[in-house]
Design a protein around this ligand. Structure first.
Ligand SMILES: Cc1cc2nc3c(=O)[nH]c(=O)nc-3n(C[C@H](O)[C@H](O)[C@H](O)COP(=O)(O)OP(=O)(O)OC[C@H]3O[C@@H](n4cnc5c(N)ncnc54)[C@H](O)[C@@H]3O)c2cc1C
Ligand SMILES: Cc1cc2nc3c(=O)[nH]c(=O)nc-3n(C[C@H](O)[C@H](O)[C@H](O)COP(=O)(O)O)c2cc1C
Length: 451
């Protein structure tokens, strides 16, 4: 095809993708507005109480889990509740609500988590008036970051600016700050429950570990395989996380993206060995990659990561983008796709040097040969004098990207947030535009497991 023809095809695909996205939004918003109006009318007629909204803005599921727990406490008191992700709530729904409880985390540099980014862009950017609403905010964060609870604070300030009535001061929880969470439970009137984290953690035995990048100039990357020390392999889905609580540091559990599926018969991880500036091993990665002997055990729990599961996207073509240890989350999806016999997969993966940094290369080559990967692109940042990353490749392949999106593809991004995650997001916005990215997000077609 000539360059001109490619351009024309690309432009047509862009228009098609965008038109598809707009129609989707229009239909969804109209349906929602009608449903809200209907519900409000029905409630007014019956004298029934409008449900308390429990709204969460979450990335890896902690705010979501707390929102469901909060809803459970309210239900136990006989209160009608509706739990919903912030990205799924519309202005009319908020306007017709009487009470809303918000649980929201913060990501990046004080940014909204992905589960609230559409709400941030579309609702919080407007000067709404919510005089009939009573609200409370529970902000989740980590004091190690400069913008502690940045999004939760911004959400609280925006709600106050709408004229809504603040029931309680914004509560800020640093990691698993049990005192703050207890205060929240107390305010809601909930009963203390046994900790889910303790209940769900089981002992995992280290079966094998292998360095995937010997001689690499970067930090060592390991493939780690574990099985339950006793009993059956628990269930999980591609996209889920496993959480390791390091002895001596219970306040800061570490998450790892699961790189295998249960059908593999073992839990596999891809773990980068971290080192502190003084040379000490990272607490969790050191355990997994060095200090725990093969045959030894450690407690971990599986964390459903609904935001990074396939869900409805199982029926769509997949564009998988990542770097470094981020191959873990993408590999689990590819193993599932291979099992399902779905071959409309495009993997775009970045590492440093082609000579040493080729994790899982035999498997990727096999998938390419067998057609499980319709498209495979590897980008090595340091093979040439100028740095080249996956986002550069995405920009170069912008027409194909738009064509895949026009086919209804979903985009999954896994790996480092700084550099890769933010670079891919910027490239996507440059290629498709902010409105289309917001729409992809709203449709659940843009998912990220970035850290
Ligand atoms: C959703 C999610 C998924 C993840 N998936 C993966 C994955 O698949 N693979 C993977 O390898 N990692 C993954 N991670 C990262 C992982 O959770 C850990 O953060 C990582 O392994 C480092 O933990 P550590 O205990 O080894 O290091 P830590 O001991 O926590 O140290 C981490 C770094 O922070 C610095 N540091 C820590 N404490 C201090 C201090 N007091 N002062 C100065 N500097 C300090 C150190 O320089 C060190 O390099 C994921 C993270 C998230 C949030
Ligand atoms: C990559 C990354 C970036 C983060 N950035 C911030 C931040 O800027 N400010 C903050 O207070 N917390 C930050 N956090 C901490 C999260 O907000 C906190 O862990 C929260 O409990 C996560 O909840 P969630 O799983 O619902 O998203 C960050 C966490 C990660 C992994």
């Amino acid at each position: 095809m000539s360059e001109l023809a490619w351009r024309a095809a690309g432009a047509a695909a862009t228009l098609l993708a965008y038109a598809g996205l707009c129609v989707g939004t229009f239909r969804r918003e109209s349906r929602r507005a009608a449903q809200t109006a209907e519900r409000a009318a029905a409630l007014a007629g019956t004298g029934e109480r409008a449900p308390t909204l429990v709204l969460y803005g979450s990335q890896t599921g902690q705010a979501e889990a707390l929102a469901w727990q909060t809803a459970g406490w309210l239900k136990a008191q006989g209160e009608p509740v509706r739990v919903c992700s912030l990205n799924e709530i519309t202005s009319p729904e908020l306007q017709s609500a009487q009470r809303a409880l918000f649980v929201a985390s913060t990501y990046g540099e004080g940014d909204a988590p992905d589960g609230a980014s559409v709400f941030d862009e579309r609702v919080m950017s407007t000067a709404a008036s919510l005089p009939d609403l009573r609200f409370s905010v529970l902000a989740l964060g980590d004091r190690q970051y400069t913008h502690f609870c940045g999004f939760g604070r911004r959400l609280d300030a925006w709600l106050r600016s709408t004229g809504a009535k603040q029931e309680n001061e914004c509560l800020e929880a640093d990691n698993a700050d049990t005192a703050a969470l207890d205060t929240w439970r107390h305010r809601i009137g909930g009963q203390r429950a046994t900790s889910q984290a303790d209940d769900a953690a089981i002992a995992w035995r280290l079966l094998a570990r292998e360095q995937l990048n010997p001689s690499s100039q970067g930090a060592p990357l390991f493939h780690v395989a574990l099985v339950p020390a006793q009993g059956e392999l628990p269930e999980w889905q591609a996209g889920d996380l496993v959480q390791l609580t390091v002895p001596g540091d219970p306040a800061r559990p570490r998450d790892y993206s699961i790189a295998s599926i249960p059908q593999d018969g073992e839990l596999q991880l891809l773990v980068r060995q971290e080192r502190h500036p003084d040379g000490r091993l990272g607490a969790a990665s050191g355990l997994l990659t060095q200090t725990l002997p093969v045959g030894g055990s450690l407690p971990m729990r599986i964390r459903p990561h609904t935001n990074f599961r396939l869900g409805d996207n199982a029926q769509r073509p997949l564009i998988l983008v990542g770097n470094g240890s981020g191959l873990a989350g993408l590999r689990a999806h590819l193993r599932e796709r291979a099992r399902q016999g779905r071959h409309d997969n495009w993997l775009l993966y970045g590492e440093r040097h082609s000579q040493w940094d080729r994790p899982c290369h035999a498997e990727l080559a096999r998938w390419e040969r067998d057609g499980v990967l319709e498209r495979l692109e590897l980008v090595f940042s340091r093979d040439q004098p100028e740095r080249r990353y996956v986002q550069h490749q995405l920009l170069q392949a912008s027409e194909e990207l738009m064509a895949w999106l026009a086919r209804g593809a979903a985009l999954y991004v896994c790996g480092s947030l700084q550099g890769m995650g933010s670079g891919v997001d910027a490239a996507l916005r440059q290629i498709a535009g902010d409105a289309a990215v917001a729409e992809l997000n709203a449709q659940g077609r843009y998912r990220r497991d970035v850290y």
